[in-house]
Design a protein around this ligand. Structure first.
Ligand code: HCB
Length: 216
């Protein structure tokens, strides 16, 4: 089986909500020489995108999305340790990662967090539905060190919270203590410029590249 066929098989495991088969197919892809990042970006994430489009078109409903998310988790249990093994550099700084308040979508957040860890960032993962106060407390604890704030928002509503986070940083006199990278499907370059953050990224591999670049 060629690489593209294998990636399509991973994509289909997500689209078909194959919770039981997804781990096996992921292992099959690795055995065929596909790397963990390629498996995520070229296969599994493509499947999640299709699921999102189908949901939008009312072709599927929340239970199916949840089953696709479970299939994704099964694959990530195998892939995450491999990403963590591939440490590229140390001492680039601490990444405080979180999902904006009111938002529990954590698949992309976990992928980005894993990729940053694999690229030498020390990780403080605040999880999902995180209020600004918790973010400010964490930054204050790390004062004096190089800090990258990495927020995800998957809904247009929670994306608005990213603006509040930047404003809270300014109010607390902390804006210059951190670099800010925000992402998630609705986040655009225009939005990043409008709210005064530093960067965004398309996917987890891109997030690692951008993060290393802005922390130079
Ligand atoms: Co959910 N949901 N959902 N959902 N959901 C979305 C996000 C919609 C767009 C679907 C739609 O209507 N088309 C929509 C939001 C609409 C909007 O605001 N415009 C939506 C909605 C409305 C909801 C509920 C409100 C539904 C309801 O209850 N009626 C509810 C929200 C609950 C809440 O958060 N309070 C809900 C619930 C769910 C679940 C629980 C069923 C499930 C989440 C499971 C989980 O995460 N554990 C879910 C899912 C899976 C989705 C879709 C289908 C996929 C999201 C996903 O995981 N994508 C999504 C549709 C879509 O996004 N098109 C839909 C795959 C990952 C890999 O991509 O974009 O998250 P990603 O991350 C990328 C990328 O953005 C970037 O790298 C990542 C890796 O490649 N990135 C960053 C991410 N963060 C970054 C940070 C950085 O600094 C840099 C880059």
């Amino acid at each position: 089986m060629g690489n593209q066929e294998m990636l399509d098989k991973l994509r289909d495991a997500i689209v078909n909500q194959d919770i039981n088969g997804c781990a096996g197919i992921t292992q099959e892809a690795l055995d065929a020489g596909i790397g963990p990042v390629e498996a995520i970006e070229g296969g599994l994430s493509v499947g999640m995108k299709i699921i999102g489009d189908k949901f939008e078109a009312a072709e599927i409903y929340l239970p199916q999305i949840m089953m696709s998310a479970k299939a994704m988790n099964a694959a990530m249990e195998i892939l995450t340790p491999l990403l963590a093994d591939a440490k590229a550099g140390e001492g680039v700084g601490t990444a405080i990662t979180f999902v904006q308040e009111g938002d529990i979508h954590d698949i992309g957040h976990r992928l980005v967090t894993t990729m940053l860890g694999a690229n030498g960032f020390k990780i403080v993962d605040l999880g999902v539905d995180v209020p600004n106060d918790d973010i400010m407390d964490e930054i204050k604890k790390l004062e004096g060190s190089k800090v990258l704030l990495v927020g995800s928002a998957l809904m247009t509503t929670s994306m608005l919270g990213q603006k509040d986070t930047v404003e809270a940083l300014v109010e607390e006199n902390l804006r210059n203590s951190v670099k800010i990278m925000f992402g998630g499907a609705p986040v655009s370059d225009g939005w990043i410029a409008e709210i005064g953050a530093d960067a965004t990224a398309e996917n987890a591999a891109d997030a690692a590249r951008v993060a290393l670049d802005i922390m130079k």
